[in-house]
Design a protein around this ligand. Sequence first.
Ligand code: G3H
Ligand code: 13P
Ligand code: ZN
Length: 335
Amino acid sequence: MVSYKDLGLVNTRAMFAAAVKGGYAIPAFNFNTMEQMQAIVQAAVETKSPVIMQVSKGARNYANATILRYMAQGAVEYAKELGCAHPEIVLHLDHGDSFELCKDCIDMGFSSVMIDGSALPYEDNIALTKKVVEYAHKYDVSVEAELGVLAGVEDEVASEVSHYTKPEEVIDFATRTGCDSLAISIGTSHGAYKFKPEQCTRDPKTGKLVPPPLAFDVLHEIEKKLPGFPIVLHGSSSVPQEEVDTINAFGGKLPDAVGIPEEQLREASKSAVCKINIDSDSRLAMTAAIRKYLAENPSHFDPRQYLKPARENMKKMYIHKIVDVLGSDGKLLQQ
Ligand code: G3H
Ligand code: 13P
Ligand code: ZN
C-alpha cells in the first residue's frame, strides 16, 4: 500500500471547494506518454495552476499501470524542479469500471478515482459507487461518480444517444453514495466527433458545423438541488479547427470533426462545474504537429525531432485551456 500523500500528490477536495467558490474549473488532462506528462506539468507550473492528471484503463493497458504511477510521481518532482514549491497535482483514475480497478489504483498511490457506473441500473450504480467510496475514504482518496449517460464511447461502454442526468435523482444519489463529485450528462460526449452533422447547423460563412448548445438548464437545475457540490464535465474537448485543418492538410482524414465551443466551457467553468476533462484536444495537437513535421522533414527519423514540436503544441493548448477557458491560472492554494 502506497499513500499518495507520501508521493506529494493531493486529492481533489480543497481544490474543488476553491474552484466552485471562485467560479473557475480545474483542468483534467489525460496522459499516456512522457511527452504529454511533461507538457501538462510545464503548462501547470508556468500558469501556477492546480492540475488533475488522469489515467484511463486504456492508458494503463498502453503504457503499463506501474509506469504511469511513477510518471505521476515524477511529475511532482519535475514541477518542483521547474520552480513550483507546492505543486497541486492529482493523480486520478478516469472511468474506473470496477471496485477492483479502483482499489488497485488507490493501493498504488492514486489520490482520486472515478467509478463510472453510469451504464448500470440506478440502484446498481449507487451500490458500486458506495462500495468504492467506503474504501477510498479510509485513505482520504476522493471519488468521482457519474449519473446520466454521455453519447459516444466511454472506454468500453458505448451509447448511441445521451441521456441527460435527471436533476431529481442527484440529491438521493450524492447522499446515498457519499461521492465527492458528480460527472453529469448535459450534451458533451467523448472523442473528436461529438455530434453527427445532422445534429448541427452550418455556419453560412465558413461552412463549418455548429453544434447544438449544451443543456445549461439541466446544469442549473442540478446546481439548485446540490448547492456548492462539485460537478464534472467529461467529453469537453473543443476539437480546434486549426489542428483538424493541419491534420487534413498533411495526409490525415478527419472530416466533420466537431467539439464543444470554448465559450460554453467558459460559461460552465463559472458554475459548479469544477473539473473539465480534456483528452482528444491533446491527441489532435500531438498528431497535427507530428504530421506537419514529418511532411516537411521527410528525411528525419529521430523521434525526438518530431516529438519535440508535438510536446510544444500540446503545451500551448494546455496553457490556452487553463488561462483562456477554465480560468485556473494563479489558483494554487499555496503559492
Ligand atoms: O474518456 C475517455 C478518455 O478520453 C480516455 O480514452 O480510453 O482511449 O484512453 P481511452
Ligand atoms: P474528450 O474526448 O472530449 O477529450 O473527453 C475526455 C474525457 O472525458 C476523459 O474522461
Ligand atoms: Zn470521460
